[in-house]
Ligand binder design. Sequence first.
Ligand code: MOS
Length: 731
Amino acid sequence: MKFETPAGTNPIDRQRVIGRPLDRIDGPLKTTGTAVYSYEQHEAAPGAAYGVLVGAGIAKGRIRSIDLAEARRSAGVIAIVTHENAGPLGPQGFYAAHVLAGPDVQHYHQAVALVIAETFEQARHAAALVRVDYARTGGAFDLAAARGTATAPENQPDTAHGDFDGAFAGSPVKVDQTYRTPDQSHCMMEPHATVAAWEGDKLTLWSAQQLVSWARRDLGALLKMPVENIRVVSSFIGGGFGGKGSVGADAVMAALGARAAGRPVKVAQARPMMPNNTTHRPATIQHIRIGAGTDGRIAAISHESWSGNVKRGMAETAADQTRILYAGANRQVAHRLALLDLPEGNAMRAPGEAPGMMALEIAMDELAEKLQLDPVELRIRNDTQVDPSSPEKRFSSRPFVECLRTGAERFGWSAHKAKPGAVREGDWLIGMGMASAIRGAPTITSAARVRLGTDGRITVETDMTDIGTGTYTIIGQTAAEMMGVPLEAVDVRLGDSLFPTGAGSGGQFGAASSTSGVYAACVKLREAIAAKLGLDPAEADFSDGHVRVGNRSVAMVDAARGGPIAAEDKIEFGKLKEEFEQQTFGAHFCEVAVHAMTGEIRIRRMLAVCAAGRILNPKQARSQVIGGMTMGAGAALMEELAVDKRFGFFVNHDLAGYEVPVHADMPHLDVVFLDELDPIASPMKAKGVGELGISGVAAAIANAVYNATGARVREYPITLDKLLHALPQIA
Ligand code: MOS
């Protein structure tokens, strides 16, 4: 099905199953420990040996030699894979991360060997006996120092409209500030893990992959084998946040290891390897200038962002949203990318917007203060219903002002005091802050197969994944709604490359794209069933397990008397994507208490208002948003990969040193979804919400901390040492 005109009324609008806050259908499997994750495929791949990765001990240089003698002699060792015996690999750093070092080392903890043994303990012990002799060379590890060498990245052209310099110079009220966001680690619960098994020249990988078809494609290129010979299974995934968006060392080394060992091999990343061996969100330096009239209307806005990455790595597109979030005739956006010898930077939950909004939304708070204008009102005054750079382009929907007003009302924003440090409860300084939220709503082609069984049950199959987001349930809800059966009558099978190619999980495109693919397949199945029953498919109503035309009603299962009926289709998103700017919008509100003596920051309450089209399952969508808000709190107050700028690695590479919020850090979080349908976005009239939930959160917290204390911190995370200088005056 091609989706090229806005959706009209369709069976999804009935909302008998869709739009309900239903429990996850995979919940019981997870809470009873019976959902089988990649590393646990004992039955599918019996007798697997254990592989343990050895990570490089230098960030840049060359391997002079590897001494495996002692490791080979160690008990239980079956095989050891290094660059010397791995065989030729396809281009690294293009299709996949630099998964295997040798002789050159691209980054710290890059895999130099996989040691395979009978037991995990034997493999880990032998891995410690691998002796690598390195020739270490210097490298570029400091974004601030490399900033001057940064260049315009390919595929990220600068944009400029009007006369920024002139308009900025002539503006009566100006903000001109630089903000910094650190490197961050995904810290998903399930480490990257793979079990690999060969049968002749056919490879099966049970692997935690957000995008099964991408993984298969990239493995094919890297292992130089036809993708038809590769099966990737990713039934359950314990979180990804972008970190499982490209194949990593666990997958590739498990495949090579299983070939060397002549039997299945399982590899899981050890937690302390993950931050340096896998990808991370790259640090940014962002320069923002905004010029406004005394009425608060923006006349000039400029956002420039610097980030660093390995060769062929992407720029963190932190300035992108500034092209479209606020009005203003004179505007410019630019990204600059420096070559760094740190581990590879890549997508992490709302790449671009998450760090970009951390900066832009403090800048807006600073502008509001200079204007002596309420921060909510400043944003309302600068709303735009068209792309400010191409006014003929409208948004598919943009209830941004409604998000702001609803949030202000629900949060009690009228109690906000413009003057910082004005509210005090004993030793605690109380502040309120807010920020806008925006995140792109991309959609991609997604296919599915649906089947009516002889027992009347509906089965859905697609290689779409559920990374903890709730995909199983919303796909089941979609099929149930379309076929007129209860959710309990639907079986959902995901994450296997034997199934039709779904969207995969990433970029907030998964929910809308994959359910639309199921919608398309169900339209075909309805046609097939109606035809079988001799009913006009255009007239047929599918409800309560029956197909009705006029006053004729037939049990749907009758169509499957002679055997199951299956249908397959894909949704392809067409020109509406070019004709309309498709985004999700929101507003975040936060109240903090900051201890006047110690600078300790406690988040007291937070509210997110989100507009993301139809909300397919409000319970799950709320979970997505409170997860995003929690991650935003981490970004605001604690998360930072500390770079050792001498040796080029992330020092705090485990969950003891890299801090993320725990339950005690998070108060009750309130989420409101605007009642909205977006018929331009997808036939489901839905968009994604998982990445909207993090965008803007950290700035709302930063602005609340400023409002509490008067200390404006422009370098995340806002740890208390950055506040102390300002506290004596206030305390
Ligand atoms: Mo996402 S960070 O594009 O999985």
